[in-house]
Write a protein that binds this ligand. Structure first.
Ligand code: A3P
Length: 287
């Protein structure tokens, strides 16, 4: 695997100089996970920011203060990113974190803890499209080239956090038992109140129907787009340029149909199918 000026290699995956460093990765490995911690785990572009909005509300019973006053990256920080060390002491309890780490890179204290995990998986066809536009707007990522070129990189895992298929397979075959729940981006998009209800039950929150509806309303794509604590408008344009593509871009399932040629669809599905032959589960979308 050859790296570039924007990426660093870490235990066989690419990470970004902009967000990750030797120190942040060491910090993550030595991080002391608490039993009450909750992790939302995603392959990039699968609904991470969405979970950074939903989790604090589910955990605090619907109090909007954190989502209206704290930027998403400090409110529910990434385990692997530089910011965590700066904000860890200010995190509300119980702590909510996100990570894109493959399962094999989770720190030792995570495995011995009782911390819970919500794994969000998204149709890889929409993941690659979302990622393609994100690579155009994020200065700290490599220029994606054409969609065709980007597809090669994506399928070979020459993108941040490696192959999509390795990520989903790794997080499916764990020893976590009932510490982990699985949900798809598509389920969340189809019925957000139902998803919030599932999170509430999984995290032992027992939220009322009124609070569930309130959370779903405040975590809708439309509302999040106007929340400056979540829409990345606080980030300088030199770092993330919304004129090229907004971070909260379309927020739908199935946008891939507007971007794949029939040749690309055949190539993509055949590669994903092949990789999934060794999986212990079937994907919930036709591939
Ligand atoms: P699109 O580029 O397809 O619009 P991540 O946070 O993991 O980087 O994922 C970003 C993707 O999640 C983007 O997808 C973004 O629009 C979508 N997203 C974020 N919040 C959402 C919401 N409330 N409803 C639907 N999609 C959302």
């Amino acid at each position: 695997m050859t790296s570039s000026t924007k990426y660093i290699q870490y235990r066989n995956i690419f990470l970004s100089f902009g967000s990750h460093s030797k120190e942040s990765l060491e910090y993550a490995q030595n991080f002391s996970v608490e039993d009450s911690d909750v992790f939302a785990v995603t392959y990039p572009k699968s609904g991470t920011i969405w979970m950074q909005e939903i989790l604090p509300l589910v955990l605090n019973g619907g109090d909007l203060t954190p989502i209206q006053t704290i930027p998403n990256w400090d409110r529910v920080p990434w385990l692997e990113e530089k910011r965590l060390a700066m904000v860890v002491d200010q995190l509300a309890s119980p702590r909510a974190l996100v990570t894109h780490f493959p399962y094999r890179l989770m720190p030792p204290s995570f495995h011995t803890s009782k911390a819970k995990v919500i794994y969000v998986m998204r149709n890889p066809k929409d993941v690659i499209v979302s990622s393609y536009f994100f690579h155009q707007m994020a200065e700290f990522l490599e220029d994606p080239g054409t969609f065709d070129e980007f597809m090669d990189k994506f399928l070979e895992g020459r993108v941040l956090f490696g192959k999509w298929t390795d990520h989903v397979k790794g997080w499916r075959d764990t020893e976590l038992g009932d510490r982990i729940m699985y949900i798809t981006y598509e389920e969340m998009a189809k019925d957000l109140p139902a998803a919030v209800r599932r999170f509430s039950d999984f995290l032992g929150r027992n939220l009322s129907e009124e609070v569930i509806q309130k959370i779903a309303e405040h975590c809708s794509f439309k509302t999040m787009k106007t929340n400056k604590m979540s829409n990345f408008s606080l980030v300088p344009k030199e770092y993330m340029n919304p004129d090229k593509s907004p971070f909260l871009r379309k927020g739908v399932a199935g946008d891939w149909e507007n971007h794949f040629s029939s040749e690309q669809l055949a190539r993509f599905t055949s590669a994903i199918r092949k990789e999934m032959e060794s999986a212990s589960f079937s994907l919930p979308w036709s591939m």
